[in-house]
Design a protein around this ligand. Structure first.
Ligand SMILES: CC(C)(COP(=O)(O)OP(=O)(O)OC[C@H]1O[C@@H](n2cnc3c(N)ncnc32)[C@H](O)[C@@H]1OP(=O)(O)O)[C@@H](O)C(=O)NCCC(=O)NCCS
Length: 170
């Protein structure tokens, strides 16, 4: 596609229907049964870290992050879903959204990000596989797809235990 002009915007409430359509198309109804979905259930996303990608007025991509608590009370962030409209994939939009959200999280002094996804894609953004057994999710995942990234050096040291969704303090 020639001359693709991409704009990234903080997510707003009005974006929800278009984002839901992206999720439905990418993941289908099975998305509600995924382990990562269970961590997000009843937990509002961290809107200051969520972004949309637009080409003109068309919403073509979305990234959301939500708060989790790990083990005895370590705060973390669950990254996902990130979804790019199939017609706009492999043009760097996913990478742009990843970098924008990770930078925003770092700027807000968040320490640790986890996600469930393909390591070959996410390792370029600093993600590595969670050592087996170190963190426990509320459902089954392929251990090779359970990833973490430190936003501050050493922030994963000593962190272990169950992961649960966290409500943001009002
Ligand atoms: C995964 C996804 C977010 C990537 O976004 P994108 O805008 O297409 O990706 P980018 O343009 O930033 O990066 C493209 C590169 O990533 C690679 N890539 C894309 N998806 C990949 C995957 N699942 N595993 C490994 N590499 C992947 C491409 O091969 C390409 O590699 P290259 O740079 O060496 O050519 C997007 O393809 C998507 O929405 N997929 C469907 C939904 C999904 O699976 N979301 C992630 C789970 S929450």
């Amino acid at each position: 596609m020639p001359d693709l002009t991409l704009d990234l915007h903080p997510e707003s409430a009005a974006d929800a229907p278009a984002i839901d359509r992206l999720h439905e198309r990418a993941f289908g109804p099975g998305r509600f049964a995924r382990t990562a979905f269970r961590l997000r259930e009843g937990v509002p996303p961290l809107l200051d870290l969520c972004f949309t990608a637009r080409v003109g007025t068309l919403l073509v991509g979305s990234i959301r992050l939500s708060p989790v608590v790990i083990g005895a009370g370590t705060p973390g962030i669950l990254l996902g879903p990130i979804t790019i409209d199939p017609a706009f994939q492999s043009r760097g939009i996913g990478g742009a959204l990843m970098r924008r959200s990770m930078d925003a999280a770092r700027a807000k002094s968040h320490q640790l990000v986890i996600l469930v996804g393909d390591a070959p894609y996410y390792q370029r953004f600093g993600f590595a596989v969670v050592p087996p057994g170190r963190l426990v999710l509320p459902g089954p995942v392929d251990p090779g797809r359970f990833l973490y990234a430190e936003l501050q050096p050493g922030s994963f040291e000593g962190v272990s235990g169950p992961v649960r969704g966290a409500r943001v303090a009002a």
